[in-house]
Design a protein around this ligand. Structure first.
Ligand SMILES: N[C@@H](CCC(=O)N[C@@H](CS)C(=O)NCC(=O)O)C(=O)O
Length: 215
C-alpha cells in the first residue's frame, strides 16, 4: 500500500447515529490538515475476520497510512497530528499539552458521557453516574470559560476530539454550560467539520438504497 491515508467506517448504520459515528473524527482531522484520504467500509452487520484482524473489538474506525495500521480514534488522531502541524504544535509544552487534552477528552470526559447517554437512551439513567458526569462537565466549563482553545491559543486536535465528545445532543442538553456550548458551536462551525459531517451523512444515506426495505 502506498502512502494514501485510508479511513475505515461501516458500510451502513441506522439513521440514529449518523453524523456521530467516530470515523467523523478522522475525516475532520484529515480535512483540517489538508491530508488526502479515502474512506472504505466494512460490513456493519457481520464483523468478518479481516475486520477483527484490524480492530479486535469489531468496531470502527481504524486506519491505514503507509505501513501504519492502527485502531482507536484517539490513537489515529495523535498519529495524524504527528504528521501535520495544523493539528498540533511541533514540540515543547504545546505538543505535550495537546496529547494531555486529547487523552482528557477520551479518558476523563468521554468515559463518563458515553455510559451516561447509553443508560439514558435505554431509560435506565443512573443518578450516581449523572452526578459524576455533571461534575466533570462543570470542571471543564470552568476551563473553557477562561480560554478559547485548550492549548496555546490555537486550534489543535485536542479541541477536535473534545468538541466531538461534547457535541452529543443528550450531553449538550444536560445542564447550563454557556462556555462549553459556545466552544462546541465554534468548533462545529469550522468548514472542515461541516464537510466531514456532510460526507458521513452522504456515505450512509447512499447505502440505504442498496438495502432491502423492512416489511
Ligand atoms: N474506543 C473506540 C470506540 C469505537 C466505537 O465505539 N465505535 C463504534 C462506532 S462510533 C462502533 O464500532 N460500535 C459498534 C460496536 O461497538 O459493535 C474508538 O474511539 O475508536
Amino acid at each position: 500500500m502506498t502512502g494514501t491515508l485510508t479511513i475505515w467506517t461501516y458500510d451502513w448504520v441506522p439513521p440514529g447515529p449518523r453524523g456521530f459515528v467516530r470515523d467523523l473524527r478522522l475525516r475532520w482531522a484529515a480535512e483540517e490538515a489538508g491530508l488526502p484520504y479515502e474512506v472504505r467500509a466494512v460490513p456493519f452487520e457481520e464483523r468478518a475476520t479481516n475486520h477483527l484482524d484490524r480492530q479486535p473489538f469489531g468496531q470502527i474506525p481504524f486506519i491505514a497510512d503507509g505501513d501504519v495500521r492502527i485502531f482507536e480514534s484517539g490513537a489515529c488522531l495523535l498519529h495524524l497530528a504527528r504528521k501535520n502541524r495544523k493539528l498540533t504544535p511541533e514540540d515543547g509544552p504545546g505538543a505535550a499539552e495537546t496529547v494531555q487534552w486529547t487523552i482528557a477528552a477520551l479518558n476523563s470526559i468521554e468515559m463518563a458521557t458515553v455510559p451516561w447517554w447509553f443508560l439514558k437512551i435505554s431509560g435506565r439513567e443512573d443518578d450516581g453516574l449523572t452526578q459524576w458526569m455533571g461534575a466533570r462537565l462543570d470542571q471543564l466549563e470552568a476551563v473553557l470559560r477562561a480560554r478559547e482553545w485548550l492549548v496555546a491559543d490555537r486550534f489543535t486536535v485536542a479541541d477536535l476530539i473534545m468538541a466531538d465528545v461534547l457535541r452529543v445532543p443528550q450531553v449538550r442538553a444536560h445542564g447550563e454550560r454557556p462556555a462549553t456550548e459556545a466552544y462546541v458551536a465554534r468548533l462545529t462551525s469550522r468548514a472542515a467539520f461541516q464537510k466531514a459531517h456532510a460526507d458521513q451523512i452522504a456515505h450512509f444515506a447512499a447505502a440505504d438504497g442498496a438495502r432491502p426495505r423492512a416489511g
